[in-house]
Every structure is written in structure tokens, then in C-alpha cells.
Design a protein around this ligand. Structure first.
Ligand code: COA
Length: 325
């Protein structure tokens, strides 16, 4: 018995924000953004769309592909750092929107690694046998925590959602391994200082723009390369396979230069590394499921192939999963 992705779906908001438009908002250029990050455009949610709305769109597509009814889902895990509210969890809004009335639901906050953390948790829930069908979603409206006056961060981020339905089946498919890691000591390299219990919202925290993401990109860059390469290697080793057995590496899309450096450290050519950063930028927890869905849709991977999802993010957190589709 293995764990199979029986349905996958993603949702990207319609509105496209190009580098040319960003040139009018902050002191930047299309040339700088393209050469330093690989990003050409990103998607921005409508004012009326919250994270759960994006998540519900993606989940509905995954449910349709899986050809199941929402009542069959017995757990929903939403990975997000941009929840609709402090509480209820975003997963509760998703449950309501889908009519998945038999599901236990919760959110996890592991930033850009959230989807990998979510699939690791879902895997154990399914292997234990208590749950039969688990919906895992990565969904973000990063545009809501982006300081649109800060050129260091605003050019990098975008909105989106990706969802998978995992089920124990008697096929060959399986989550062969999951590897997770973290380093809370470096949490101040990427965080939101205001609005939580440490610095509750006041006029001053808002005036000081403390509700927006702060990032030390340069320091993160080096850690990201090492953490992603190490995580991918560990997941491959835990699965008892080699890099040659992997059809496609699907890395978190924070910077094309990080992705290229990870590919180099793994010793795999760029043809074996999935890239869509040019279209969406960094969508945090939504990035890897969106990329997996695109890789399948574009025919880059098919049933029976092994893919390695690998991510890194705020916390700091990191992780990888080797999945036989
Ligand atoms: N447009 C133009 N110039 C910009 C700019 C922008 N959007 N953003 C930063 N710059 C400037 C900086 O101010 C700096 O100028 P200075 O030398 O006069 O001080 C210069 O470009 C170089 O900055 P630096 O931070 O060294 O650039 P970089 O090559 O490291 O690229 C990042 C910056 C953020 C793109 C890169 O460090 C990165 O991607 N880091 C990892 C981010 C990440 O992974 N985040 C999320 C983890 S999930």
C-alpha cells in the first residue's frame, strides 16, 4: 500500500503585476529584477480575495481531478503564513467552502517549507491508518504582507495556491521519504515583527510598517542554497534511491540563482530542475504544489516518475520529499 496523489490543482489570481509596473512603484528596473532573481511577473489577488478563496479554487480543481466528493476528505491541512484571520484557521474556511463536512482541519505555519511539512504530516496520518483521504494545500496572499515601498522584498513575492489529495491506494505510488529541518536562531532574517502577541497592533506599529515582511536577502541566499541541497540529498538517501532515479527536482522558487546553485550542488543539469519563477515569483507555501501541478500538466513528469520537492523559508525551516507519482 502506498500513498498516491489522486488529484492535484492550482489557482493563480488573474491580475498580473509586471516588472515594468514595479518600475513605477519603487526604485528598480526590469533588468535588475530579471538578472538578480529571474522573475518577470507575479500574480496579485483581488481586494476581495483572501487566502482561503485561493485555496478553495485550487482544492476544487484537485477534487475534480480525483473524482471524489468533498465528504470523502477526512482531513484538511492548509500551509500558509497569510491566514485569513488569526482564528478560525484558514482550513476551517476551506472546509466550509468545499462542504468537506467530515474533515478534521488545521493550519501549519512553516513559511515557504509549509507544503513539504504538510505532506510529511499527511503521510504519517495516512500510514497510521486513522485517515484515508487527506487534502494538503499551500496557499498565500503574500501581497497583503508585502511592503510595496520596499524594493528589497516587493519585487520577489506573489499570490497563489496549490492543492493535492493524498490517499492510500494499492498502486506503486508513494511518498518515499520526507526530511524536515529548522533553525530558529536565524528567524530574524525573514519575519513580520508586528501584529502578533510580541508587538500587538497599535497605531505606532502600523505607522512603523511593522506588519510587513522584513528580509535580509543576502544572508538568506547562502543558507537557502545549502539547506535546499542538503535536504534534497537527505530525502533521496532516505528513499533509498540516487539522483539518477529522480526525473525532476521541483525546488522552491525564491530566486533563479538559488535554484541554479542547488542544481549544481546536486550535480543535476537544469533540464532536470523545474522553473516557473519567471511567471509567479515566490509564492511561499504555494510554490511547490503549483510547480508540481505545472510539471504534470506540461508532461514533464508522469505516473511512475520520481520527483523531489524541496523548499526553504522563514523560521528558518527547510525540507524535502521524494515522491513516486
Ligand atoms: N532593484 C534595484 N536594486 C535593488 C533592489 C531592486 N529591487 N533590491 C535591492 N537592490 C540593491 C540593494 O539595495 C543593493 O544596493 P547597494 O549595493 O547600493 O546597497 C544591491 O541591489 C545589491 O543588493 P544585494 O542584497 O546584495 O543583492 P543580491 O544579489 O543578494 O539580491 C536578493 C538580492 C534579495 C534578490 C537575493 O539576495 C535573494 O534572492 N536572497 C534570498 C531571498 C530568499 O530566499 N527569500 C525568501 C526565502 S523563502
Amino acid at each position: 500500500m502506498g500513498i498516491e496523489i489522486i488529484g492535484i490543482g492550482s489557482y493563480l489570481p488573474e491580475k498580473i503585476l509586471t516588472n515594468a509596473e514595479l518600475e513605477k512603484m519603487v526604485d528598480t528596473t526590469d533588468e535588475w529584477i530579471t538578472t538578480r532573481t529571474g522573475i518577470k511577473e507575479r500574480r496579485i489577488a483581488k481586494d476581495t480575495e483572501a487566502t482561503s478563496d485561493l485555496a478553495i479554487h485550487a482544492a476544487k480543481r484537485a477534487i475534480k481531478k480525483a473524482n471524489i466528493s468533498p465528504e470523502e476528505i477526512d482531513a484538511i491541512i492548509v500551509a500558509t503564513i497569510t491566514p485569513d484571520m488569526f482564528f478560525p484557521s484558514t482550513a476551517c474556511f476551506v472546509q466550509k467552502g468545499l462542504g468537506a463536512k467530515n474533515a478534521a482541519v488545521f493550519d501549519i505555519a512553516a513559511a515557504c517549507s509549509g507544503f513539504i511539512y504538510g505532506t510529511a504530516i499527511a503521510k504519517d496520518m495516512l500510514k497510521n491508518g486513522t485517515y484515508k483521504t487527506v487534502l494538503v494545500i499551500g496557499a498565500e496572499t503574500l501581497s497583503r504582507i508585502t511592503d510595496w515601498q520596499d524594493r528589497n522584498t516587493c519585487v520577489l513575492l506573489g499570490d497563489g495556491a496549490g492543492a493535492v489529495i493524498l490517499k492510500k491506494t494499492d498502486s506503486d505510488s508513494d511518498i518515499l521519504s520526507s526530511y524536515l529541518g529548522a533553525d530558529g536562531n536565524a528567524g530574524d532574517l525573514l519575519y513580520i515583527p508586528g501584529g502578533g502577541s510580541r508587538n500587538p497592533a497599535t497605531h505606532k506599529t502600523v505607522d512603523d510598517r511593522l506588519h510587513y515582511m522584513k528580509m535580509e536577502g543576502n544572508k538568506l541566499f547562502k543558507i537557502a542554497v545549502r539547506a535546499m541541497a542538503d535536504s534534497a540529498k537527505k530525502a533521496i538517501e532516505l528513499a533509498g534511491i540516487t539522483c539518477d532515479d529522480v526525473r525532476l527536482i521541483i525546488p522552491h522558487q525564491a530566486n533563479i540563482r538559488i535554484v541554479e546553485a542547488v542544481g549544481k550542488q546536486l550535480g543535476v543539469p537544469m533540464e532536470k530542475v523545474f522553473l516557473n519563477i519567471q511567471k509567479y515569483g515566490n509564492t511561499s507555501a504555494a510554490t511547490t504544489p503549483i510547480a508540481l501541478e505545472e510539471a504534470i500538466y506540461e508532461g514533464k513528469v508522469k505516473k511512475g516518475d520520481i520527483v523531489v520537492l524541496v523548499a526553504f523559508g522563514g523560521g528558518l525551516t527547510w525540507g524535502a520529499a521524494a515522491i513516486k507519482l
